[in-house]
Design a protein around this ligand. Sequence first.
Ligand SMILES: [Zn+2]
Length: 452
Amino acid sequence: MKENDVVNWMYEKTQALLNETGTMGDMEKVLNKVSKEICRKALEHLTQEKAIKQKLICHKCKCSMNVKEHNRQREVITSFGKINFVRSYGFCVNCDEHSFPADAALGLQEHAPASPRIQEISALTTLRIPAGQAETDLYRLTGIKLCASTLHREARRQGERALVLRDNDELATQTPEGVAKLSANATVPEKEFTLIIEIDAWNIRERDNWGQTKILQKSGEGTKRWHWVYTGTVFRLDQRCKTISGRPVISERGYVATRKGLEGFQRQLYAEALQRGMLKARNVLILADGAVWIWNIATDRFKEAKQRVDLYHVKEHLWDLAAELHGKGTEEAREWVRPFLQWLKSRKDGALDIIESLQEIDPNVYTANQQKILAREINYLDTHKNRMDYKNGKAMGEPIGSGAIESTCAQYQRRFKLTGQFWSLAGDEAFLALATIHRNKRWNQLFSHDLN
Ligand SMILES: [Zn+2]
């Protein structure tokens, strides 16, 4: 049969189903339906053929397995509808495990109904919008009928797979061979470059004790509902540019987001920095606000890196101090703070000059509380004084604010704070891993058919 015959056959079939008033939209819809059934049958054929070809080899030890049964049936939901095929099932004596080699070769997961395309569609749509909304949109856009619970379950399953990959990267950071391997993944320019790492955290809402709220409240314990999601972003300085309209953008960068604690975050951030070329960078710069945990990580994990505290956070501290000493929103406060803000940006040792000035203030002109706050702010500036080289940073074209990580957190939050549907540590972490592997443009590690 020639291609033309297929076209004619589809044309006739479609035309018979159309009525006079139909628009092109109707033609598209009917054609989609007609071709879908053809595709479904062809896919069923191809799937069966591939399944038959698979030898009964154990996926772990690569030894021959004992045949347990031939012709075991399996039904799969595909983008063209449901298909059925049969395959063989074996037992590995070495590994003491049953398996279906054909399933693995086809990219199917155990006890899961979805084909790789459906796995991917579920994962991607659920990352964008809650499964309940995705159900209708998906049907409308593609004609694929998947109920919300299937979408959610499949997306979660893909998240679990993303977690396994992430855990492997984390593990790799523990050995020199692993570090070398991660580092080899980096594509870096030939010329010298600076790597920027920005760090922050945001809150996620979870139900730790589902169904026990009232009991726990009565006992006075309450439920811990809010958890930190530690977040990082990694990019090269030369990947930071501006759009024609002048908006700053980063052409490519890496992401890390986890609510599993600082230890995990530290390893994940290290793994990501390695994969973005950290070992080949001439300079590494860490930018963040003043949070203590961040600078502990910086000192622990990124010893060689230069540290910089976000300029806007420092300014905020100075403005708050001005308000304390001279009244919020007053001309006096503005006058008082103005030179300090100027020094921060224009003097080589602006921070030291500010500290010195503040130390010279006669404390007796202020109340006891004001003195306490003054001392606290001097201490803040003193703690971070070596992280405030804004003049030099600006001259080198480096960022002096941590805007990139703030927008990263906002992007994650836009999805993760949407609904109450993610409410367990396991569920959240799986979806965070899924969102992150997608952002990192490593989607094809999950879906080898991805066009990338
Ligand atoms: Zn085996």
